[in-house]
Design a protein around this ligand. Sequence first.
Ligand code: 17E
Ligand code: FE2
Length: 411
Amino acid sequence: MLFRNLSIENSKELYDIRVTDGRFDKIGSGIEPMPGEEVKDYGGKLALPPFVESHVHLDTCLTAGQPRWNMSGTLFEGIERWEERKETLTREDVRERVNKVIRMQAANGVQYVRTHVDINDPDLTALQEILELREEVRDFIDIQIVAFPQYGILSYPDGRNLLEKALQMGADVAGAIPHFEFTREYSVESLNICFELAQKYNKLIDVHCDEIDDEASRGLETVAARAYETGMKDMVTASHTTAMHSYNNAYMIRLMRLLKLSEMNFVANPCVNMHLGGRVDTYPKRRSLTRVKELTAEGCNVSFGNDDVFDPWNPMGNGAMRDAVFMGLYAGHMLGYEEIMNSYKFVTTNAARTLHLGDAYGIREGNDANFIVMDASDYYDALNNDAKVLASYRKGAVIAETVPAKTEVKF
Ligand code: 17E
Ligand code: FE2
């Protein structure tokens, strides 16, 4: 099959893409169709590698208001509301909600998802179900699972064993939550355990790190030091890191050297952290977004995630990556022309690096023909007009399609 006239990642020149046996066979300009070859002419639309959701909690999705709404809008009330909802958690309930959300994501061009799954549950109900679903939907969406200890590794009964069990059962990534542990000592020790278990089972690491407006929350320096010392480096990710917003600049300069040495990844979740953060401030109110612009300028890998889709932490969300980019650019002071044009990388290539997708990800000859086509001429246009994903292709086959609505203005 031949796809014609696509702007690949904002290219000025339009390209044609031949897909054979589900792979990118040939990419070039002016490729002529072979006799009998099916042709789809996109007339200059934007092609991107599929969106990558690098941070979401699928197990909590679609539970906002159940049984009660988070009225304070804080992280901590979110955790309390989730604790109540967890009491009624069943495998069927998890299956139904996750099945819905991954289809919302697919409709919006997402083909790779890293989900955190709360493993502070003696029965590991959500984990069991999502492990099963991960296999069932493999042909349509790649799901990577983080064993996420919501209440801590040392501050929850049997936390260490639950984390180890989750990794043995097949979670891909070890998690931790240093800012939620009872003490600073537990926080450091919980990270040591996380690294020890990740190395024992050869897993990646993704830490909910310093998601708090406390300038003294410094889990990140320990994560970065361990990433560097163990050599795990880019296998390690720090998510949220919102306390970095509040660090003094003298400390930040010292920390930045270590962050660069560590080669670790960062995930910011702009919508949810703009919503949850700054809640103890009067005026001025902090933004609670990690230092995306500065990290990026120093060459650190940063991606954007949604964190939530309609759950106790964020009552909004549709699974699309656009809002994360939009909010991230505004809150991060990154609306320069080039910054807007390149911002798709926060939810494509940068996020793929965090997930360790390797060279198999990307629109390149020889790779699986996984790509999306947007109803826009470049990403600036796509972002500004909230363009739909016209089609999401997986191994050359359409897995989701959208026909954009038509509007007529009567004057
Ligand atoms: N749990 C947590 O600790 N932080 C979050 N942002 C979410 C769950 C969504
Ligand atoms: Fe999160």
